[in-house]
Design a binder for this molecule. Structure first.
Ligand code: FES
Length: 340
């Protein structure tokens, strides 16, 4: 049955070589009948116990109590119905196990597996085919071809390294920590760039917004870097629903009459978010389901994000348009080195 194989210890008896130990019920009809009676007895006891639990429920005063040591007075139905029903279920399980162990067929099944290594003949055939392929290619005798091929293969990874340049310049600390929001920058609607009047934001509403100077910055910069970091969402809550904010004082709160501005960039790996659940005030990221509570300082309530959603302090100008009080007070977007 066994074959030479490094994973098999030939000194140990294998399954099929161990003498089978017959059970009493396999050899002796009297023992077999006894086991049968034991199983039937357990099933019979289960029947009686379950019936008893039903009778206890039907014939016991619903409010009757009984004193139990350590527990004091407990309801009779709870105690005795629970006991009888529990024991009944136990007897069914015990009977089934006893039946399987004593009376069901008891045989060892062995599934042989062939060794994973190929036999000597197959290995020799492969080596022969390989050597023939090398000889046919002429790579050993045509040195110029061999060397030019090795040169081409050595340079093969070079384009992959060059493409790393497309990742852009290494960001400086300042670039990661700041956006183009400044004190007095108006919030304007994303894409249409219309200033947002506080009175036009309804309770429960959500507006995607950017800084008013974004188009000029993008034109000068020629990239979307500024947009990627400065996009925000503006929501309006009932002021009494706001539990906490990330900063501000009673005289200079970070919200304006329940209007809150948060970064739109998920703090997990940076997906843009605007799935807002008005009733719970939760903001849900569609990428990996991080959920932020905008009523409670943008706190992470679910998912892999490790940081609160950064809040932008806002107020209104003399004309009632929403403006930033300052830049974000913490970096926006995914966590990075030095910013867990
Ligand atoms: S990017 Fe938002 S949860 Fe992963």
């Amino acid at each position: 049955m066994t074959q030479d194989h490094p994973a098999i210890d030939p000194s140990r008896p294998q399954a099929a070589e161990v003498a089978h130990e017959w059970r009493a019920a396999d050899l002796d009809p009297v023992a077999e009948r006894r086991a049968e009676r034991q199983v039937a007895g357990l099933f019979g006891a289960a029947t009686l116990l379950i019936l008893a639990s039903v009778l206890i429920y039907g014939f016991t005063d619903y409010n009757a109590t009984v004193g139990v040591p350590l527990l004091g007075d407990v309801n009779v139905i709870n105690v005795f119905m629970g006991l009888t029903f529990g024991l009944g279920v136990f007897c069914i399980g015990a009977g089934a196990i006893h039946w399987a162990k004593k009376l069901m067929p008891d045989v060892e099944v062995v599934e042989d597996r062939h060794p994973l290594t190929s036999d000597e003949e197959a290995r020799a055939a492969f080596a022969e085919t390989f050597a023939a392929g090398v000889a046919d290619s002429g790579i050993l005798k045509r040195g110029i071809l061999r060397r030019s091929l090795l040169g081409a293969m050595a340079l093969f990874p070079l384009p992959l390294i060059v493409l790393l340049r497309d990742l852009g310049p290494a960001p400086t600390h300042g670039q990661l920590n700041h956006t183009i929001w400044r004190a007095g920058t108006r919030l304007v609607t994303d894409v249409t760039y219309l200033p947002i009047k506080a009175a036009d934001v309804p309770v429960g509403g959500l507006v995607n917004a950017v800084p008013e100077n974004l188009p000029q910055v993008e034109e000068q910069d020629g990239t979307l870097n500024a947009r990627a970091k400065s996009v925000i969402i503006v929501v309006r809550l009932n002021e009494r629903d706001i539990i906490a904010q990330q900063g501000g004082t009673p005289s200079a709160p970070w919200d304006y009459q329940g209007i809150l501005a948060y970064s739109k960039v998920c703090t997990h790996v940076g997906c843009p978010i605007s799935l807002y659940e008005q009733r719970t005030h939760h903001l849900l990221c569609p990428c990996h389901q991080s959920t932020f509570d905008l009523a409670d300082a943008g706190k992470v309530v679910f998912g892999p994000a490790a940081r609160n959603m950064p809040q932008l302090p806002i107020t209104v100008d003399a004309e009632g348009y929403l403006i930033a009080r300052s830049d974000f007070q913490q970096p926006v977007g995914p966590s990075f080195w030095e910013r867990a």
